[in-house]
Design a protein around this ligand. Structure first.
Ligand code: PEP
Ligand code: MG
Length: 570
C-alpha cells in the first residue's frame, strides 16, 4: 500500500480501479515508407479506418438513447471517414507519393480542415473541427493507442489526470466517475466546482499522480482528508468504510433541511440560490429561491464550435421557463483564466487570470457578446431574467456592458423581436478595485453577486489553480470578511440586492458569519444546499452578528477558522 496526499476539494470516500486519463497528443512527423512497402502502408491505413468506424458505431450506439445530439455528431464523423475525396487523396499520398500512413492521413485531413476553417462561416468551421477529430482518431489507431474518453468510461472508475479541462468535466460520464484525482488545481478551480456540484469526491494537487497511480490499479480515495491509497490494505479499507458510513449519515441528517426555506433560528429569512452550469442542472431549483449563477460558458465548451444565437436562446429559454418565475441570474461568458473555448482561438497570455478575461474578452469580441446578449434578451420573455457581468473592475466596465445591452436591444428591435425591457442588469464583484468602490458601483447597476473564488485570488494575489499557492489562497481570511462587509453595507445602503455566488456561500462554516455581515442571499451548488440551510438554522441573527463581528477582528485565517469551527455556545 502507498499513500499520496493532495487538497480535498469535494468530500466523500470512494474505491475502485484507476482510469488514467492522458489526452492523446497525436504528433505526426513527415515520414515516407521505403520503396515497395507502399501497399503495406495502405493496408494499415485501411485497417485503421475499419477500427475507427467500429469505434464510432459503438459510440453512436451508447449515445443513441441518452443524447441524440451527441450521437448525430459521431454519425457525421462516420461520413467524414467515408468521404471519397479524402480517401482518394490519402490513397494517392501513400501509393504514389510513398508517404507513411499517419503522415498521409495527417496531411490530407489537415489540408481539408484548414480549407474549411478559412471559410468564415460558423457551421463550416464546425465541420473543420469534426475533420480534426476524425484525423486524431485515425492517427491514434495507427499509433497503436487505445481510446481514452471521459465522456464514455464504460465502467465505474477513479479518474486520474494531470488536469481536467472544463470542457472535459462538462462532458464527463458522471455516473461512472467514482472520484477525481488531478495533479493541479485548487479548491475553487473549475474542476473542483464541478466535482462538488455533481457530488463526486475529488482530490486535486496530488503531485505525480499520473506516474504514481497506474491505469487499472485498485485505489481508495479519502476526499475528506485528501489521501489516496494505492492498493489499500484491509485495515485502511475498514477505517475508510466506517468513515464513509459516518459521512453518509451526516448527509442524511442534513437532507432533512433540503426542502425547508432558508431561515435563521429566529426566523430571519435567508434566500438560497442555486449555481448551475447547464440547462440540465436546474432540477434542484425546487429547493431554492432563485438561480444565483448560471455559468453560461459551459454551454460553449461542449462542442468544438461556438453555439449560435438559436442554440443559446433555446438553452436560456429552457432554464427560464423551468424556473417558473424564480429569478435566473445569467452570467455572460466568462472565458479566459483557466477556461478556454475550443471554438475560439485566443492569443497566448503570460498571466491569463490577469488578462483579457470574461467581460474584457466580450468587449473585445463584440459579435460574440451581442450574440449572447440577443439570445438572453429574447429568452427574457419566458421568465425572470437577471443579466450579470463577470470580472467588472471599474465603473467604465459597468457602463460599457450596459451600452452593449442597449445595442443588443436595438438590434432585436430592428428585427421586430420582443424582449423584457425590465431585465435587471448586475455585476459580479470579484476584483478588489470594484469592491472598494462598491458604493459607487451600487448606483450604476441593479444588483451584485460576489464571486469569492476570484475575489480571494485577486485580494491575496494567489492563483486559484496553483497547488503551490494554496496556503496563500485564504477564503476565510479576515481581509475577505472585511471586504465582504464593505460590499454588503454599500448595497444595503443603496437598497440594491447583493448575493454571494462563490464557493464561500456553500460552506456551512462560513454561513453564520456571512449572515451576520448582512448577507441575505446565498447561492451555491446543489450539493451544498442542505448543509448550509442546516447551519443557518442553528443561529439567531444576533448570534450571527456577534460571530461576524468577532471574525472581522481576528488576526489570521487560522484564527477565523478556529472561531468558526466552534463559533458560539448555542
Ligand atoms: C467566483 O469567482 O467566485 C465565481 C463564482 O465565478 P467562477 O468561479 O466561475 O470564476
Ligand atoms: Mg469568477
Amino acid at each position: 500500500m502507498r499513500i499520496f496526499r493532495g487538497t480535498p476539494v469535494s468530500p466523500g470516500i470512494a474505491e475502485g480501479n484507476v482510469y488514467l486519463y492522458q489526452a492523446f497528443s497525436c504528433d505526426v512527423f513527415e515520414s515516407y515508407v521505403p520503396e515497395g512497402r507502399e501497399q503495406e502502408a495502405f493496408q494499415a491505413y485501411q485497417a485503421a479506418v475499419h477500427t475507427a468506424d467500429a469505434e464510432l458505431v459503438a459510440i453512436i450506439h451508447s449515445f443513441a438513447e441518452t443524447d441524440a445530439d451527441k450521437a448525430k455528431i459521431f454519425s457525421a464523423h462516420r461520413e467524414i471517414l467515408d468521404d471519397e475525396e479524402i480517401a482518394d487523396e490519402i490513397r494517392t499520398a501513400i501509393l504514389d507519393e510513398s508517404k507513411s500512413a499517419d503522415f498521409a492521413v495527417d496531411s490530407v485531413f489537415t489540408a481539408f480542415a484548414t480549407l474549411l476553417s478559412k471559410a468564415g462561416d460558423a457551421l463550416i468551421a464546425a465541420r473543420a473541427a469534426d475533420i480534426r477529430d476524425v484525423r486524431n482518431r485515425v492517427v491514434r489507431i495507427l499509433h497503436g493507442e487505445a481510446e481514452k474518453n471521459l465522456s464514455r468510461l464504460g465502467a465505474p472508475a477513479i479518474v486520474v489526470a494531470h488536469d481536467l479541462l472544463p470542457s472535459d468535466t462538462a462532458t464527463l460520464d458522471k455516473k461512472n466517475v467514482l472520484a477525481i484525482i488531478t495533479e493541479v488545481g485548487g479548491t475553487t478551480s473549475h474542476s473542483a466546482i464541478l466535482a462538488r456540484s455533481y457530488g463526486i469526491p475529488a482530490i486535486l494537487g496530488v503531485p505525480e499522480a499520473t506516474n504514481a497511480l497506474p491505469d487499472g490499479a485498485y485505489a481508495a480515495v479519502d476526499a475528506i482528508t485528501g489521501e489516496v491509497y494505492l492498493e489499500p490494505d484491509e485495515s485502511s479499507l475498514q477505517l475508510l468504510h466506517q468513515k464513509r458510513d459516518a459521512f453518509a449519515e451526516d448527509m442524511q441528517d442534513a437532507s432533512r433541511y433540503l426542502a425547508a426555506e432558508g431561515r435563521l433560528a429566529d426566523g430571519t429569512r435567508i434566500e438560497i440560490g442555486l449555481n448551475i452550469g447547464s440547462a440540465n442542472d436546474a432540477g434542484a431549483l425546487r429547493n431554492c429561491d432563485f438561480i444565483g449563477l448560471f455559468r453560461t460558458e459551459f454551454l460553449y465548451m461542449q462542442t468544438d464550435f461556438l453555439p449560435d444565437e438559436e442554440d443559446q436562446f433555446e438553452a436560456y429559454r429552457r432554464v427560464l421557463a423551468d424556473a417558473a418565475g424564480k429569478p435566473v441570474t445569467l452570467r455572460t461568458l466568462d472565458i479566459g483564466g483557466d477556461k478556454t473555448l475550443p471554438g475560439l482561438s485566443m492569443p497566448h497570455e503570460e498571466n491569463p487570470f490577469l488578462g483579457n478575461r470574461a467581460l474584457r474578452l466580450c468587449l473585445t469580441h463584440r459579435d460574440l457578446f451581442y450574440t449572447q446578449l440577443r439570445a438572453a434578451l429574447r429568452a427574457s420573455v419566458y421568465g425572470n431574467l437577471w443579466l450579470m457581468f463577470p470580472m467588472v473592475g471599474t465603473l467604465d466596465d459597468i457602463r460599457a456592458a450596459k451600452e452593449a445591452v442597449g445595442e443588443a436591444q436595438r438590434q432585436l428591435e430592428s428585427r421586430g423581436i420582443p424582449y423584457d425591457p425590465k431585465v435587471r442588469v448586475g455585476i459580479m464583484i470579484e476584483i478588489p478595485s470594484i469592491a472598494i468602490i462598491a458604493d459607487r458601483a451600487a448606483q450604476e447597476c441593479d444588483f451584485a453577486s460576489v464571486g469569492t473564488n476570484d475575489l480571494c485570488q485577486y485580494l491575496h494575489a494567489a492563483d486559484r489553480m496553483n497547488p503551490q499557492t494554496e496556503a496563500y489562497y485564504q477564503s476565510f481570511s479576515p481581509a475577505m470578511f472585511r471586504t465582504l462587509k464593505l460590499i454588503f453595507e454599500a448595497f444595503a445602503a443603496a437598497g440594491k440586492p447583493v448575493s454571494v455566488c462563490g464557493e464561500l456561500a456553500g460552506n456551512p462554516q462560513a454561513a453564520p458569519a456571512l449572515a451576520g455581515l448582512g448577507l441575505r442571499k446565498f447561492s451555491m451548488n446543489a450539493s451544498a444546499v442542505a448543509s448550509v440551510k442546516r447551519a443557518l438554522s442553528h443561529f439567531t441573527l444576533e448570534q450571527c452578528r456577534t460571530i461576524a463581528d468577532q471574525v472581522c477582528r481576528q488576526d489570521t485565517e487560522a484564527d477565523v477558522k478556529a472561531l468558526l469551527s466552534n463559533p458560539f455556545p448555542i
